[in-house]
Design a protein around this ligand. Structure first.
Ligand code: COA
Length: 424
């Protein structure tokens, strides 16, 4: 493809154009400022590619999501979460032997150092589990520092994947004042987490396979989503050569916000509000459209998907199946479906391409599984871990990567004379 030509104040600059494997076109503006003195302004980075990446492909207009070339529909139906972790991080599906070894590693490293249990004692019982998760993940760097030449990176990646679920379950146990339940080696990744969440000492507990399989699907659907807010955060922090645990802890913090992963908690709070207000969902659709109100339909809209979110489609179906299998009737599911129906036929939402996103139905499944609302974003974080790790690794291994350092257009005061405090 020919170079792009950009003219500014009589100066024409030629900028190289690059095309991705799926035909996406990008203009490399790296030398634009040098040639013209100007920068590109793009608040929120809606039109900015921060890197090239071979991890995940999204076509928002067509509703396509692929991990390393595999369609999300196939992966969510067929795969197990550790297999998806391996795929995202290593670029290829594992062989049987490779998967067995990977699973064994994930099991072997799932205990956290006994001393780290003392950290949990310092948090108040009301602490949000996202705050605990991010603090504990960063604390892992105190036990497993990175060697000078990064020789421990591969091991630390496995440690992080293995220990995060233990930390998440311990955070929940701490919040309800129950003793911690240790990981059990014979259980799968998903079943191990369910057991650590819901078993209590001296009581028999069998992991319900419906919960195990629902959790497996949820983790897979959240596993990666290319350059979203938290993944970009991981890359930005990692670009300063911060260690794996510090970079991922930053991603967890970015995920917490209600416009990102925190939306799944907010969706349930919104559905409860509507239910308690006499199920008047039309009132809330009107409120979401009202520009004088801050109210938004949580779980609706997406920066990239402008047709439908394929993850939301899979989850809507899974929601019906899981609730039926568990024999759970949740009035919030009826509220959600009514809300979706009204919103999808409303011109405000149609004109702006606002569709349910991954957070809209996931919370109802978590609720049916017995997972409390304030743990929802932690569940998202557990699922997103392999994606964050894959991007962090890709960024580290990319010889073209430089420290992330955007520019700005300054709009403050021009130079002024400093006035002594006694003369102001
Ligand atoms: N409810 C009502 N209106 C919404 C909306 C929602 N959930 N999401 C977007 N809009 C409207 C905006 O008000 C804006 O309207 P305007 O053009 O009249 O000003 C338009 O749709 C575009 O929205 P914008 O905020 O510019 O899109 P964005 O790409 O910056 O933001 C989200 C994307 C996801 C942050 C946004 O859709 C949102 O806040 N959704 C709710 C939170 C959520 O579910 N987050 C999880 C994402 S996976």
């Amino acid at each position: 493809m020919a170079n792009a030509k950009l003219e500014l104040n009589g100066t024409t600059t030629e900028l190289p154009v690059m095309t991705g494997t799926e035909g996406e076109v990008g203009i490399d503006i790296g030398k634009f400022r040098k040639d013209t003195g100007a920068i590109m302004l793009d608040p929120g980075f809606g039109n900015t590619g921060s890197c090239t990446s071979a991890v995940t492909f999204i076509d928002g207009e067509a509703g396509i999501l692929r991990y390393r070339g595999y369609n999300i529909e196939d992966i969510a139906e067929e795969a197990r979460f550790p297999e998806v972790c391996y795929l995202l991080i290593n670029g290829q599906l594992p062989t049987k032997d490779q998967l067995e070894q990977f699973r064994e590693d994930l099991t072997y490293h799932s205990l956290i150092h006994e001393d780290m249990k003392k950290f949990f004692e310092g948090f108040p019982p009301t602490a949000h589990p996202m705050a605990i998760l991010s603090s504990m993940v960063c604390s892992l760097s105190t036990y497993y520092p990175e060697g000078r030449d990064g020789e421990d990176v591969e091991l630390n990646i496995v440690r992080l994947l293995a220990k995060a679920k233990t930390i998440a379950a311990f955070a929940y146990k701490k919040s309800i004042g129950q003793p911690f339940i240790y990981p059990r080696n014979e259980l799968s990744y998903a079943a191990n987490f369910v057991n650590m969440m819901f078993a209590v000492p001296a009581e028999p507990y069998e992991v319900n396979p419906v919960l195990e399989s629902a959790l497996n699907k949820l983790l897979i659907l959240h596993a990666d989503h290319e350059q979203n807010c938290s993944t970009s955060t991981v890359r930005v922090v990692g670009s300063s050569q911060a260690n794996l645990f510090a970079s991922i802890a930053a991603g967890i913090c970015a995920l917490w916000g209600p416009l990102h992963g925190g939306a799944n908690q907010k969706v349930i709070e919104m559905l409860e509000l509507i239910k308690n207000d006499g199920n008047d969902y039309k009132k809330y659709v009107a409120l979401a459209k009202d520009k004088d109100s801050d109210f938004r339909l949580m779980g609706f809209g997406h920066r990239v998907y402008k047709n439908f979110d394929p993850r939301a489609r899979i989850l809507k179906k899974a929601c019906d199946e899981v609730l039926a299998e568990l024999g759970v009737k949740d009035p919030l599911l009826d509220v959600a479906k009514s809300l979706e129906e009204v919103a999808l036929s409303d011109s405000y939402f149609k004109d702006r391409n606002l569709y349910p996103n991954v957070d809209f139905y996931s919370g109802i499944i978590y609720r049916a599984m017995g997972i409390p609302t304030n743990m929802f974003t932690v569940m998202f974080a557990l699922g997103r871990l392999p994606g964050w790790i894959a991007h962090w690794k890709e960024m580290r291994d990319d010889p073209a990567m430089r420290i992330s350092r955007p520019r700005q257009i300054y709009t403050g005061e021009t130079v002024r004379e400093f006035v002594d405090i006694n003369k102001r």
